[in-house]
Design a protein around this ligand. Sequence first.
Ligand SMILES: Cc1cc2nc3c(=O)[nH]c(=O)nc-3n(C[C@H](O)[C@H](O)[C@H](O)COP(=O)(O)O)c2cc1C
Length: 196
Amino acid sequence: MELRHALSRRRMRRAFSGAPIDPLVVTELCEEALRAPTAGHSRGVFLTVTSDVAAFFEAATDRQWRERSRRFTDLAGAGCVVIVTCSPTAYAQRYQADDKSDERLTHPDTWPVPYWIGDAGMATMALLLLIEEAGLQATFWGAFRHDEQVRFFADLPAGELIYGYVLIGEGAPDTPSASLAREGLTRAQRVRLLAR
Ligand SMILES: Cc1cc2nc3c(=O)[nH]c(=O)nc-3n(C[C@H](O)[C@H](O)[C@H](O)COP(=O)(O)O)c2cc1C
């Protein structure tokens, strides 16, 4: 599949059929996705794969949410989940090396732009495109809740930030997000060509 085609076809799919997905296939896609660049080649982005989707949701949500959410049953039909994490310390350590000279970058709190977040996004986008190419569907799901429980579930090393989750599966019909109907700038309006 051409990159342009994969890019134009990719959509967040928020419903999955429940079909199992081989975690080894997803692991291979993850390894490819980590060809994405990392600042200073810090390599501080990590992808943790699980096919125990039920246990993931138990860790990442509470029963009340699972009972109330109109999306839960659809999302729970995913066959695998990838937990995307990044290590600010890995970046700060890399930028203490002799070939880097900006003092602000030797501690995560003083970075003007936290590259570990951007790099996690780059790897996530690469993964989403690879998933599209593999004929599977995915959604990116924000990580604002149950941080500790997910850390415990995934055995994450201390200090790694959870960037978010990629739910992967065989797609089922879903209700598009209301966000898509919102008025907003077009892609063309968000590209600025300077006249000089
Ligand atoms: C950083 C980030 C966080 C997101 N968090 C969520 C989320 O928690 N739940 C969700 O349903 N979609 C989430 N999305 C998906 C966006 O809503 C979606 O990408 C956007 O509406 C455009 O739709 P499309 O990706 O299908 O083109 C997130 C996307 C990004 C980039």
